[in-house]
Design a protein around this ligand. Structure first.
Ligand SMILES: NC(=O)c1ccc[n+]([C@@H]2O[C@H](COP(=O)([O-])OP(=O)(O)OC[C@H]3O[C@@H](n4cnc5c(N)ncnc54)[C@H](O)[C@@H]3O)[C@@H](O)[C@H]2O)c1
Length: 359
């Protein structure tokens, strides 16, 4: 039997022309073996990315099916998964079928989850089309859906067989979405490689894009290969996410427009403050991020009355048990520690700091 690390290693990542060749090989093999190929996209990636991919593939993509789901985090739900399973069933997809997820993190998360349970697991490939999915969501084998407005409350660890990265897709990605993905790039800067804090979002729409994307992917792969199911070190990837997910969950429930990366950027700001208070990280680090934050993101504001509600949501976070709030904190730029217990009062103080900074 394979151990967990070997399973994570199974998810090979290919870029550009290598990625295209891998995809062609899979399509030819499936055609020969009469295996069903199903492309999953959302309404936006169906419009913007399917034609680009088909043009790249030319005639080698003749025999496939498509499932299209509504775009947006509000649709990362059990209803959308049921819709995918119904359509796979109607298509007669067997255990040897391939589900190819073409989209941002919403599509790779939900497609990975649907594939992991359908007939106890069918083959799957991720083709991420947003910056966030390229550098983060498609890598590392986590799948999931939101449930009762709690983020990724239901999910599995199910690495895709391959992740195929084409930066061409980024040319149609709206700028706000590019900046959302950029927040995860900054996260890698804080937890691993401080050089990434000097990156500029526009570099992802020009020629160095693949080099920078690969740098982020390599960080995530190195961490998730050692700890595929988040028992220990993998937790550092959640820097900014305890507070970020609470903000995102609150926004989802109240139909406030807040993208994943925007919530994580705000979360990192508050969690850098916690790192200052508990681990003596210079406050200047948080202040530098606040300059970047105000340059790229529309500050998200909540009221004093919302703070108790946000803290209650943090207790639902998968990293926490029912009576402790555990955080990933930063000891120095590029170094993170996990399972750091923080008092409710201090979390409250960090949210006040955030509100003061974004005023
Ligand atoms: N599994 C993981 O490890 C992991 C890690 C980080 C984030 N996530 C999840 O990822 C999701 C966020 O990912 P996201 O920001 O990619 O969101 P998303 O998939 O909702 O994509 C954002 C928007 O951009 C559109 N889009 C995507 N690619 C496009 C393109 N090339 N051109 C035009 N439009 C395009 C989408 O249709 C959508 O409207 C969240 O659900 C988050 O929880 C998962």
């Amino acid at each position: 039997m394979k151990n967990e690390s070997e399973n994570t290693m199974k998810s090979n990542t290919f870029y550009g022309t290598d990625a295209l060749q891998q995809l062609r090989n899979v399509l030819v093999e499936c055609e020969k073996n009469k295996q069903k190929i199903v492309f999953l996209s959302d309404t936006h990636t169906n419009k913007y990315c399917v034609p680009v991919l088909m043009e790249m593939l030319e005639q080698s993509a003749s025999n496939f099916h498509q499932i299209i789901i509504p775009a947006g985090e509000a649709h990362k739900t059990l209803d959308s998964v049921a819709n995918i399973w119904q359509q796979l069933t109607a298509l007669g997809a067997g255990r040897d079928a391939f589900l190819i997820n073409l989209g941002g993190g919403m599509v790779t998360d939900i497609g990975g989850f649907a594939a992991s349970c359908f007939k106890r697991g069918i083959r799957t490939i991720h083709i991420p089309t947003s910056l966030l999915a390229m550098v983060d969501a498609a890598i590392g084998g986590k799948t999931g859906i939101d449930f009762q407005y709690f983020k990724n409350h239901i999910g599995t660890f199910y690495p895709s067989e391959m992740v195929l990265i084409f930066n061409e897709f980024l040319s149609t990605l709206p700028e706000r979405e590019l900046l959302s993905g950029f927040a995860e790039v900054l996260k890698y800067g804080f937890i691993s490689d401080k050089q990434l804090l000097d990156a500029d979002p526009q570099q992802f729409t020009t020629s160095p894009a693949l080099t920078l994307i690969r740098q982020c992917v390599d960080i995530k792969k190195a961490i998730t290969t050692l700890d595929p199911t988040e028992k220990a070190q993998r937790k550092i990837l959640n820097f900014g996410h305890t507070i970020g997910h609470a903000l995102e969950s609150y926004a989802l429930e109240n139909e406030i427009s807040l993208l994943h990366g925007e919530a994580i950027a705000a979360g990192m700001l508050a969690e850098l403050y916690l790192s200052h208070r508990l681990l003596q990280l210079p406050l200047q680090v948080a202040e530098n991020l606040s300059t970047t934050y105000k340059k790229f993101y529309k500050p998200y504001k909540f009221s004093e009355n919302d703070i108790t509600n946000l803290i209650e949501r943090m207790f639902q976070d998968k990293k926490n048990n029912s009576n402790k709030l555990l955080f990933v904190l930063i000891t120095s730029i590029g170094q993170a520690v996990y399972d750091q217990e923080v008092s409710i009062d201090l979390v409250r103080e960090s949210l006040h700091y955030y509100l003061y900074i974004v005023e």
